[in-house]
Design a protein around this ligand. Structure first.
Ligand code: G3P
Length: 215
C-alpha cells in the first residue's frame, strides 16, 4: 500500500518525508491557497522533496483548457500528476492526456460509475473522497470497496487513491480492502503512529533502565 501526504505545507511534507514511508503527495486548490508564495514555487519545492507523484489540479472547466493548463503544470517538474475533476469535460481531458502520455488523477469522485468512466478514459489514479461521502450520511468506504472490485473485474490499471481521509479508521479499512494508495493529512499520519500503550511502555522502560544504570 502506498502512502501519499495530503497537504501543500512544506514543513509537514518535510517532516512526513523524513519518516521514509511517503510515496507521493496530493495537493488541491484549497490546500495550495493556505500556503505563502506562488503556487508554482510551492509545487516545485514539493516535487524536490517528494521523489514520487505529486498531484496538481487544473481549474479550467473545458477539456482544451484543462489540457493546456495541465501541460503548463507538467513544466514545473517531471513528477507532476495532473488532477482533473470527474465532470464531462474532465473525462474528455483524461482521454486527451492519456493519448499524450501525461499521468492523471481523476479527483472529486463520489460514485463508482464516475470511477468506471474515468478508468475507461485512462486515468492513472482516481481519488474517491471518503470523508465527504461520510459527511452526507453515506458510507464512504463502500465506494472504495466497489471501485476496487470493478477495477479488478476488468483489470483496469487505474489506481485507487483513498482521499478526504479524516481519521485512522479510514486508513485501516483502506488497507483491509486493498486500496492502492491512501492520501493522508499530516494530522492523521501522526494519529497512525501514536499509541498510548507504546508511550506508557517507553516511559516505564526508561524509568526502569535508570535504576539499572544507577546500580
Ligand atoms: O485529497 C482530497 C482532500 O484534500 C479533501 O479532503 O477533508 O477537504 O474533504 P477534505
Amino acid at each position: 500500500m502506498k502512502f501519499f501526504i495530503d497537504t501543500a505545507n512544506i514543513a509537514e511534507i518535510r517532516e512526513a518525508a523524513s519518516l521514509g514511508i511517503i510515496d507521493g503527495c496530493t495537493t488541491n486548490p484549497t490546500l495550495l491557497s493556505r500556503e505563502k508564495g506562488s503556487y508554482k514555487d510551492v509545487l516545485k519545492e514539493i516535487c524536490a522533496i517528494i521523489p514520487g507523484p505529486v498531484s496538481a489540479e487544473v481549474v479550467s472547466m473545458d477539456a482544451e483548457g484543462m489540457v493546456r493548463e495541465g501541460k503548463d503544470l507538467c513544466k514545473v517538474a517531471d513528477n507532476i500528476i495532473i488532477k482533473v475533476p470527474c465532470i464531462r469535460e474532465g473525462v474528455k481531458a483524461l482521454s486527451m492526456f492519456k493519448k499524450e502520455g501525461i499521468q492523471t488523477n481523476a479527483t472529486l469522485c463520489f460514485s463508482s460509475m464516475q470511477g468506471l468512466l474515468v478508468a475507461k478514459a485512462g486515468a492513472t489514479y482516481v481519488s474517491p473522497f471518503v470523508g465527504r461521502v461520510d459527511d452526507v450520511g453515506n458510507p464512504g468506504m463502500d465506494l472504495i470497496r466497489e471501485l476496487v472490485q470493478i477495477y479488478n473485474n476488468y483489470s483496469f490499471g487505474t489506481q485507487v487513491i483513498v482521499a478526504s481521509i479524516r481519521h485512522p479508521q479510514h486508513v485501516y479499512e483502506s488497507a483491509l480492502i486493498g486500496a492502492d494508495v491512501a492520501t493522508i493529512p499530516f494530522k492523521v499520519l501522526e494519529q497512525l503512529i501514536k499509541h498510548p500503550l507504546t508511550d506508557s511502555g517507553v516511559k516505564s522502560f526508561l524509568a526502569d533502565w535508570e535504576k539499572v544504570t544507577k546500580k
